[in-house]
Design a protein around this ligand. Structure first.
Ligand SMILES: [Zn+2]
Length: 254
C-alpha cells in the first residue's frame, strides 16, 4: 500500500515539498506559482521606475548558482508577459559549469566576466557576496551597457544572514550593501527577498533532480557558521520574525 500526501494549496495533486515554516505541503506547480507571485510582486514595487520594455540584468555569483538558475527559469516565464529583455551576467567559471550541466538553453542572453573581479578571500560571508555583486554592477555601468534594473538572486534567508553579519561582525566597516537600493537611478531588485532559501532549493530539485547541487561555489566562512544557523533556525521556527527582521533593515543599518 502506498500513501501520498495531497498539496495543501490545490488539494488535488500530490505534495512533494514540506514548507517547514508554514506547515504547508506543496506540489510542484503550486510551489512554482508561489515563487512567480513573489517575483511579480517584487517587480510591481518598481513599475513606475521601469520603462515599458525594461532590460533586466540578473547577476549570478559562484555561490548563488542554484538561486540564479531558479530565477533564470522563472523570469523566462514572467518575461513573456512583461515584454522586457533579460540578460544574465555570470563569471566565466560559472558559465562553463552552466553549459556543461545543460542549465543554459540556447538563445539566452548571457554576458560573462573574468572571475578576477571577485574578491580574493579564502572565507566569504553573504555580505562579501553582496559587495561583489555591487562591484559587478559598477563594472557593468562603467561599460555603458543598457540596463534598466539589476536583479540579484539572494533569498530572504541570505538577506537576513547578511543583516546579522553586518550587525554582529562588520558594523562600522564601510558601507552596508543592503542599503544600496539604486545605482545611477537603476533599481536593484531582489525577487526572492520574501522567499526562504529552502523554497528555491526545493524548486530547483523539482526541476533538475538531486544532482543539481553538486556545484560548490565559494564556500561560506565557517567562522561565521553560528550566524548562518541562527538564521536557518529562525526561518524554520519563527517565519514571521524573519520577515520582520528584514523590514527593520533600514532602521538597523542606518
Ligand atoms: Zn498544489
Amino acid at each position: 500500500m502506498t500513501f501520498s500526501v495531497r498539496c495543501s494549496s490545490c488539494g488535488r495533486r500530490e505534495a512533494f515539498y514540506y514548507r517547514r515554516a508554514s506547515g504547508e505541503k506543496l506540489c510542484f506547480p503550486c510551489l512554482e506559482k508561489s515563487l512567480m507571485k513573489n517575483i511579480r510582486r517584487s517587480f510591481s514595487e518598481f513599475s513606475s521606475r521601469l520603462s515599458v520594455k525594461p532590460v533586466l540584468n540578473v547577476l549570478i555569483l559562484p555561490e548563488r548558482v542554484v538561486e540564479g538558475y531558479a530565477l533564470t527559469l522563472l523570469l523566462s516565464k514572467v518575461e513573456r508577459r512583461y515584454g522586457g529583455q533579460v540578460a544574465f551576467t555570470v563569471p566565466k567559471s560559472v558559465f562553463k559549469f552552466l553549459i556543461d550541466s545543460q542549465y543554459i538553453e540556447e538563445g539566452l542572453n548571457v554576458i560573462t566576466y573574468d572571475d578576477e573581479i571577485l574578491s580574493d578571500k579564502d572565507c566569504y560571508t553573504v555580505l562579501d557576496s553582496l559587495n561583489d555583486s555591487l562591484k559587478l554592477i559598477q563594472k557593468i555601468r562603467s561599460e555603458g551597457q543598457r540596463v534598466d534594473a539589476f536583479i540579484l538572486p539572494y533569498t530572504l534567508t541570505d538577506l537576513n544572514q547578511a543583516l546579522l553579519e553586518y550587525l554582529l561582525i562588520k558594523r562600522g566597516e564601510g558601507l552596508n550593501p543592503l542599503n544600496v537600493k539604486v545605482v545611477d537611478k537603476h533599481p536593484i531588485i531582489y525577487p526572492f527577498k520574501a522567499v526562504p532559501r529552502a523554497d528555491v532549493i526545493a524548486y530547483v530539485l523539482g526541476v533538475k533532480g538531486y544532482n543539481t547541487l553538486n556545484f560548490i561555489g565559494r564556500p561560506y566562512c565557517s567562522r561565521y557558521s553560528e550566524v548562518k544557523h541562527v538564521v536557518y533556525d529562525i526561518i524554520a521556527k519563527h517565519a514571521e520574525l524573519s520577515y520582520t527582521m528584514l523590514k527593520s533593515l533600514t532602521w538597523f543599518s542606518s
